[in-house]
Design a protein around this ligand. Structure first.
Ligand SMILES: Cc1cc2nc3c(=O)[nH]c(=O)nc-3n(C[C@H](O)[C@H](O)[C@H](O)COP(=O)(O)OP(=O)(O)OC[C@H]3O[C@@H](n4cnc5c(N)ncnc54)[C@H](O)[C@@H]3O)c2cc1C
Length: 516
């Protein structure tokens, strides 16, 4: 052992690498459901807080979560946990409102404090360390793991031993654009999924030049909203009146680092989902449970009604968002839910052409009219204000873009290679062959049904459990049998933790019985 390395004598039952949302969601379940056998739990977090990337408490109060308050509980078996907490801590809004992300960060801090206190009541040894980065992990002959961590402020390595290791490292920094402090909130829309922000998009004046960052689902939604709310009426009006000219319509610049390449899964999904549905519909579908018959009936009925009023099916689907949310209350069993999703997509499949057409048509029309310009490029530095303009600079050798407002829809997902490359621990686990890419999506790591990592040779790594955003591909595919990317948020992570906790507790119980 070199002289800068200390070996921690403590042997932990469970050691977490990463201590943000996923870690807390799992730790809470473990502590709440622990029986009488003793265990020692250690969470090692490399930053100085438990807020993770998403819920930093210093961010703007204008940035909200994608989830209404009523779905923000960290615990799947206690739906009101967040609402009850937020009422106590002075959030005056209804459960249907979207809480600011910084506020959710506060919730995580209070949740951690609560877990610590529950653990001490149950005599569980619970330690949470900040400022230390787990950099490697090595399986021993006896099945335990040696875990190597690095102190942030000192050149010192520490070695721990643990029976079970939880990889809760998230998926690292998303490649999101950065906004300068001087950028007025009225000039930027983040998170196109909230109704408030969609209204903000509708409110941009027709002559404003808008940059949409990203080219996925949400970008298409933003384009569609702007088209129907402002551009189409202006184009219609321009045909009949000289008072508005084509030139008076602002431009849309759609900026994408990958260009307009669709996400293509390596295998055919069970059901094709290439519809231009709004993201909100998809999220609602994936995240919630519905009464399938009622919804299909409603959908067909709405299509007929919409048609008779001269609306496209795409518009009808967008309008259905609110109705879908109303159906949240109805819980059904897994099989009912699965059946519903299949039925739902079957109905939509029958309307695929009509559904796809409007978005594609809008896209083509806007390009033809030279209102829409797609730009492939990487954004450099901060997006900032210069006088009245919002300025976007590029890595590529090209003039900065000056616009009136920015709609950011850039995705958060990383390929396995990008993910592994950014994190020393994952790089080392990859070198050891302990982890492998998610087979179907290449997003995050592959796990088995016990949430154990699958190694390079396709075998399970006992007691090595990746959780949270790190297994985003798996969470979505496994839960719903459908292809959605970038939706491994609060609800799916807490559900996965609810499934994993009893598996770990059962293992501990078995071990403690075998020792006795
Ligand atoms: C900007 C942003 C906004 C989001 N908004 C929403 C939203 O509104 N609603 C929603 O449902 N989801 C949202 N998400 C998704 C979000 O990723 C999940 O909701 C959830 O927070 C993921 O939790 P996690 O613990 O898996 O990952 P993270 O929150 O990323 O936490 C991982 C933690 O591990 C630590 N860590 C990493 N490597 C190591 C290491 N080697 N050793 C020790 N510590 C390590 C990191 O410092 C970090 O604190 C958002 C994500 C981002 C990036």
């Amino acid at each position: 052992m070199n002289k800068d390395t200390t070996s921690d004598k403590s042997h932990y039952t469970i050691l977490f690498a990463g201590g943000a949302f996923a870690a807390l969601a799992l730790a809470k379940r473990l502590v709440d459901h622990a029986k009488s056998y003793p265990f020692q739990l250690l969470i090692i977090e490399k930053s100085d807080s438990c807020n993770g990337l998403a819920y930093n408490i210093n961010q703007s109060p204008y940035v909200t979560t994608n989830n209404p308050a009523k779905t923000c509980s960290i615990d799947a078996s206690d739906e009101n946990n967040f609402i009850d907490w937020s009422a106590k801590f002075g959030w005056p809004h209804s459960p249907d409102c979207y809480p600011p992300r910084y506020f959710f960060g506060k919730y995580l801090e209070h949740t951690l404090a609560k877990i610590i206190s529950s653990a001490s009541n149950k005599r569980i040894q619970f330690n949470y360390i900040c400022g230390e980065e787990v950099v490697d992990c090595e399986r021993q002959k006896d099945g335990s793991y040696l875990v190597y961590s690095q102190l942030k402020l000192e050149e010192k390595r520490i070695i721990y031993r643990a029976n079970t290791v939880i990889l809760a490292t998230g998926n690292n920094k998303p490649n999101l654009p950065k906004f300068a402090k001087n950028l007025s909130p009225s000039r930027i829309v983040e998170n196109t999924m909230t109704v408030v922000n969609q209204k903000k998009i509708s409110a941009f004046d027709v002559d404003q030049n808008i940059a949409i960052i990203g080219s996925g689902f949400s970008a298409m939604d933003a384009m569609t909203i702007r088209f129907f709310e402002k551009i189409k009426p202006a184009l219609d009006y321009a045909q009949n009146s000289a008072s508005i000219r084509q030139q008076d319509i602002g431009k849309i610049y759609m900026i994408s680092r990958r260009g307009l390449i669709n996400y293509i899964p390596s295998e055919e999904p069970e059901i094709s989902v290439n519809y231009t549905l709004s993201n909100q519909v998809c999220l609602t579908l994936v995240d919630t449970f519905f009464d399938s018959n009622k919804l299909i009936q409603l959908l067909n009925q709405e299509f007929r009604r919409g048609e008779s009023l001269g609306y496209t099916k795409h518009q009808v689907v967008l309008a259905l968002d609110n109705v879908l949310i109303e159906l949240l209350e109805k819980l059904s069993s897994d099989s009912e839910r699965h059946k519903f999703i299949k039925d739902y997509w079957t109905v939509l499949h029958a309307h695929q052409n009509e559904l796809q057409e409007p978005s594609a048509k809008i896209f083509q029309l806007l390009e033809q009219e030279e209102i829409l310009q797609v730009m492939e490029g990487h954004i450099k530095g901060n997006i900032h204000m210069e006088g009245e303009d919002v300025v976007i600079e590029f890595e590529e050798n090209r003039e900065p873009l000056k616009v009136d407002a920015v709609i950011n829809t850039a995705g958060l997902e990383h390929s396995y290679e990008e993910l592994v490359h950014q994190n020393a621990l994952l790089t080392n686990l990859e070198k050891r062959g302990y982890i492998s890419p998610h087979r179907k999506t290449n997003l995050g790591l592959e796990v088995n049904e016990r949430y154990e990592a699958i190694n390079r040779d396709g075998f399970s790594m006992p007691n090595l459990h990746p959780v949270g955003r790190l297994i985003e591909g798996e969470a979505i595919y496994k839960k719903f049998g459908l292809w959605f990317t970038g939706n491994s948020g609060i609800r799916s992570i807490r559900n996965m933790c609810a499934e994993l906790a009893p598996i770990i507790l059962q293992d501990i119980e078995l071990k403690s019985n075998s020792v006795i």
